[in-house]
Design a protein around this ligand. Sequence first.
Ligand SMILES: NC(=O)c1ccc[n+]([C@@H]2O[C@H](COP(=O)([O-])OP(=O)(O)OC[C@H]3O[C@@H](n4cnc5c(N)ncnc54)[C@H](OP(=O)(O)O)[C@@H]3O)[C@@H](O)[C@H]2O)c1
Length: 280
Amino acid sequence: MTIRPERIVLLGANGMLGSEIRCLCANNNLTALDLPQFDITDTNQLEKAVENADVVINCAAYTNVEKAASESEQAFKVNAEAVGNLAQLARKNNIYVIHISTDFVFDGEKKTPYLETDKTNPINIYGKSKLEGETLLAKNHNNFAIIRVQWTYGKNGANFITKLVSPAKQKDVLKVVDDQFGSPTSTQEAAKAIVELAAKRPQGIFHYAAAGFASRYDAAKFAFEKLKLNTKILPCKSDEFPTAAKRPLNSRFCCDKIQALLDKPIEEWQRPLERFLETI
Ligand SMILES: NC(=O)c1ccc[n+]([C@@H]2O[C@H](COP(=O)([O-])OP(=O)(O)OC[C@H]3O[C@@H](n4cnc5c(N)ncnc54)[C@H](OP(=O)(O)O)[C@@H]3O)[C@@H](O)[C@H]2O)c1
């Protein structure tokens, strides 16, 4: 008997995280889909896309945290409604789903790292839409893993590391908040964990982040030192930067649950970040 390779369908394949998963799975039986050819909110397209899949990895998302309040309809369509439709199709076709979610499902008030079982309480529209996606997936399917990630950076997308480094090149002084905590997490490393889980098919919610933690100010200091930038960084508080969307102050994750399934220990945040900085 020959065992056919698993057919994996990757949604959001051109995004910052999706593109890393696509690279890792390049030799597998992978169908990579994204806008503009594929729209997850088009139920007919979604049905066709997943009908022959064994595994669907969903990285497609409305990710503009700041604009989500003024474009809430689209945020909920992509991050919630479409995930509910995916769940129903997956149940009908017996497909294992890995769905990517976020620390923004929490309010950030907890003083210690968030567990998968902690109470959710999103504080902005993006977080609300992502939580609704998690809820609809769990309500409509029973063969899935939700992997929440936080503070991700990678080569194929705007992220807080590149957003810090670009203005620094033109400024002598840059203010960076020192009251938001998380773990700068490489999408390349997150992609490896996601692909490993796709093969192991665990069920439930998992938190993934680099080991250790830092404030945004700590992370900026580390990056600027490695890049030998002369810009002076001044610590400040989130209140000084009013934004359209509130952000959780604590984005730290406890990753014991996912770590128990992974072949290798998750690296401390500094090492992958150093490797990334060498490439920009
Ligand atoms: N970046 C972070 O710090 C972070 C933190 C926590 C969680 N996450 C989660 O990680 C996952 C991956 O995000 P990412 O960082 O890779 O963001 P990203 O670069 O914005 O990737 C999302 C991808 O989804 C696509 N997409 C948007 N609307 C779509 C639609 N209607 N149909 C099909 N595809 C659509 C986007 O295409 P366009 O670019 O053309 O819109 C993009 O290629 C998301 O679930 C996100 O919520 C990210």
